[in-house]
Design a protein around this ligand. Structure first.
Ligand SMILES: [Zn+2]
Length: 208
């Protein structure tokens, strides 16, 4: 039942107590591999200690991610203060090979910055009592893009109402995200996603 695996966004954050642990312990082997892979992609990031919040909400193997490598220079990333390394790697590939190249091809300028609404958040899927993939920092909400020529293209402003080129760009990167992430949700999915693309590590093959 793929639909059961679909996460969502934009629900009220759960109140949660202060973290019960914040240990700067040595990362596990798979985490070291993941961090090494992110380093090989020349990402700018800082590994963060594991943190456990309320039941079901944890941030394990996470990083603060602030830049990625593009073909023509560094691409800044905003607002990813705590994101899971396993989702950060396909995100880095998507931004470089999906988004930056689409920006140059369709909009004629390279990508300078990706604007996000973050990753980790202890919250449920909209309209349900099930925890979102954000509760384990396994999803990223991407809200906009700033090009090197200064243009800013947002999901909210351009998915439906942008120029032909802006809409082509957003729909192309949505499709390319679906090749790299198990779950991708955008404005066509529901109103909760009108202002961002939700990209999530999952086995769901759910692309809306
Ligand atoms: Zn989301």
């Amino acid at each position: 039942m793929p639909v059961l695996l679909v996460a969502g966004c934009d629900t009220s954050p759960r109140q949660h107590p202060a973290p019960s642990q914040s240990d700067a312990i040595a990362p596990r082997a798979e985490e070291r591999q993941c961090l090494a892979a992110l380093g090989e992609r020349h990402a700018g990031f800082t590994p963060l200690p594991d943190r456990y919040f309320s039941p079901g909400c944890s941030a394990l193997g996470t990083v603060r991610l602030f830049s990625l490598e593009g073909d023509r220079g560094e691409i800044e990333v905003s607002n990813l203060a705590q994101v899971g390394c396993p989702v950060a790697n396909p995100f880095a590939n998507w931004v470089r090979f999906g988004v930056d190249r689409a920006a140059r091809q369709i909009l004629g300028s390279r990508l300078a910055r990706v604007e996000t609404m973050g990753s980790y958040a202890c919250r449920t899927i909209a309209g349900t009592d099930r925890l979102s993939a954000h509760a384990t920092a396994s999803a990223i909400d991407v809200s906009g893009f700033i090009l090197a020529d200064g243009r800013r293209i947002t999901v909210m402003g351009s998915w439906y109402a942008g120029t032909d080129a802006e809409r082509d760009f957003l729909h192309m990167i949505h499709q390319s995200a679906c090749k790299r992430f198990g779950t991708v949700l955008g404005p066509d999915y529901n109103l909760a996603h009108r202002n961002h693309l939700h990209v999530e590590l999952s086995a769901a093959a759910f692309c809306r």
